[in-house]
Design a protein around this ligand. Structure first.
Ligand SMILES: *[C@@H]1O[C@H](CO)[C@@H](O)[C@H](O)[C@H]1NC(C)=O
Ligand SMILES: *[C@@H]1O[C@H](CO)[C@@H](O)[C@H](O)[C@H]1NC(C)=O
Ligand SMILES: *[C@@H]1O[C@H](CO)[C@@H](O)[C@H](O)[C@H]1NC(C)=O
Length: 385
């Protein structure tokens, strides 16, 4: 067995490298995906299979890794037992994990979810490689020590605390990586989208709060001090003071228009979360159209926080036309997001002549568009200036 051990360990390391390379090139993964003209039901099938397979593989890797670490830090070091664990990883655990990851295609699960899963699985492989290398190091040290010991007929000693700690740290990292895979796979695509949307919602909320706290008048005084001017200095400052007052008034007005405009934009996030994501289950994934909607939803909602920041920044610099330009961009993205999910994921079949029952979000989205038309008037004026 002892002679086979170096082979098993190096095979495992080679395989890990190969798999990391596979996962590092998502384009290949996309090409390998079944590219038949997306049959909706075929995709629903992969949806139900890949994620549980992924969670299971991650759980099995976790338990194998636990076994491996215990074998590595407990004397005597048993090459055959370690080989058995590594062989299981090499032959089934790792191939299943990587296969499951590759089944999570952009077409069936959205680009963002696909990228996330590949990244998480790759992290698990990287951390596992570290552990295997630690085990390899321990085996080598032990082999060396054994030769000396055999001469003196001594019993095998414990491994050093440093080696033990290194193994425990490496195991902890593999566990964390596996848990991350299990968690994201468990929540599924819609759960993942929700988490992202919540993060973007919070960013927009922060920007709105910051804007609310901003006092253009204070800014003015700040700049005055910066320029070495003092209030009520000389009498020929009167004109300037008047200009400043006008400036401040304009800034206050622009701040007000911006807030009136951004608030309904910010409301898009909770409205979509509550009405289109929270109880959606796997419905969005049951058709290619649904997946495309999720994709579009993410692209649009993701771009808004940056645009809001840019708009606020321009407002602070007193560049109103620039601020208005960015605000119009947020409006466009928000409207696209709202429109992409304006109808329910699955429109129920209705008998002829029957009225489609009013959907809450569909009604909300019509009102939202009207509100946006209204609050965008001062912004539109600034853009066309
Ligand atoms: C490791 O697994 C691969 C296939 O995944 C196999 O070709 C190879 O022989 C295995 N090596 C060992 C030492 O088990
Ligand atoms: C596509 O799915 C339908 C069921 O929705 C099925 O009847 C049809 O055979 C499938 N086509 C292919 C090419 O698999
Ligand atoms: C406002 O921003 C635009 C770029 O978006 C720039 O071209 C223009 O010069 C800026 N105006 C002022 C007054 O800084």
């Amino acid at each position: 067995m002892a002679t086979q051990f170096p082979v098993v360990i190096s095979t495992t390391l080679t395989l890990l490298e190969k798999f990391q390379a596979t996962l590092a090139s998502p384009t290949t993964a996309t090409a390998q995906a079944p590219s038949k003209d997306a049959n909706a039901s075929a995709e629903a099938d992969t949806t139900t299979n890949a994620l549980p397979l992924l969670s299971n593989s991650a759980a099995v890797l976790k338990s194998q890794v636990t076994k491996l670490s215990l074998l590595a830090i407990t004397a005597p070091f048993t090459h055959s037992a370690v080989s058995t664990v590594l062989r299981a990883c090499n032959e089934s655990v790792l191939p299943s994990l990587v296969t499951a990851a590759l089944l999570v295609t952009p077409a069936g699960y959205t680009q963002a979810f696909h990228t996330e899963i590949l990244l998480l699985v790759k992290t698990a492989l990287v951390e596992f490689s570290t552990l295997v290398r630690d085990v390899k190091g321990i085996a080598e040290t032990k082999d060396l020590a054994k030769r000396e010991r055999d001469a003196k007929k001594e019993k095998e000693g414990e491994i050093s605390k440093i080696e033990k700690d290194a193994v425990m740290v490496a195991v902890g990292r593999v566990w964390d990586a596996c848990d991350a895979v299990t968690e994201v796979a468990g929540k599924g695509v819609v759960g993942f989208v929700m988490r992202r949307v919540e993060q973007w919602r919070d960013l927009v909320k922060d920007a709105v709060e910051e804007l609310e706290d901003w006092d253009p008048e204070e800014d003015d005084e700040f700049f005055d001090e910066l320029m070495g001017e003092e209030k009520g200095d000389d009498n020929d400052d009167d004109d300037e003071d008047e200009d400043e007052e006008e400036d401040t008034a304009a800034l206050q007005e622009n701040k007000k228009s911006t807030l009136r405009f951004i608030k309904p934009i910010a409301q898009v996030y909770p409205a979509i979360l509550t009405n289109r994501l929270k109880n959606a289950g796997d419905k969005p994934l049951s058709s290619t159209a649904g997946i495309a909607k999720l994709e579009s939803l993410m692209i649009n909602l993701q771009s808004i926080p940056d645009q809001v920041d840019e708009a606020a920044g321009a407002l602070y610099e007193n560049n109103w036309s620039k601020a208005a330009e960015y605000l119009k961009k947020t409006q466009k993205n928000a409207a696209q997001a709202v429109n992409s999910v304006s109808s329910p994921w699955i429109v129920s079949e209705i008998a002829e002549g029957e009225q489609q029952p009013a959907d809450k979000f569909a009604t909300w989205s019509k009102m939202w568009l009207k509100v946006m038309d209204e609050v965008s008037k001062p912004i539109d004026a600034a853009v066309s200036e």
